[in-house]
Write a protein that binds this ligand. Structure first.
Ligand code: SF4
Length: 101
């Protein structure tokens, strides 16, 4: 059976809501994001680790925050292009299917 590994990327704490229970409340107006370079390093480590295991694994990325959709879509197009480079054109590395959530 193929395993699935999910990575939750908290790409920014910025959020346009103010839920009273939010544990990020003091940081919700911080518009800083992870850099594209940081994300590329994450992808490269993931690709290296799971390729080395030699067993098929499904890798999923969950974009989280804050509100990740407040970030310019171009940021995501750029990081998706980096994923394509690192995980392959069809977004597979060996038997590693690739998904965005
Ligand atoms: S990050 Fe989530 S919990 Fe916090 S204010 Fe935004 S929507 Fe609410």
């Amino acid at each position: 059976m193929q395993r699935t590994v999910q990575f939750v990327i908290k790409v920014s704490k910025h959020c346009n809501l103010r839920c009273r229970y939010c544990y990020e409340y003091p940081n919700l107006s911080n518009t800083e994001t992870m850099s594209l370079e940081q994300l590329e390093r994450i992808y490269a480590h993931i690709a290296s680790w799971y390729t080395g295991l030699g067993r098929p694994v499904t890798v999923e990325f969950v974009w989280h925050g804050g509100e990740p959709l407040l970030i310019d879509p171009d940021f995501y197009w750029q990081t998706f292009a980096a994923q394509k480079t690192i995980f392959g054109e069809n977004r597979r590395l060996s038997e590693m299917p690739f998904k965005q959530i």
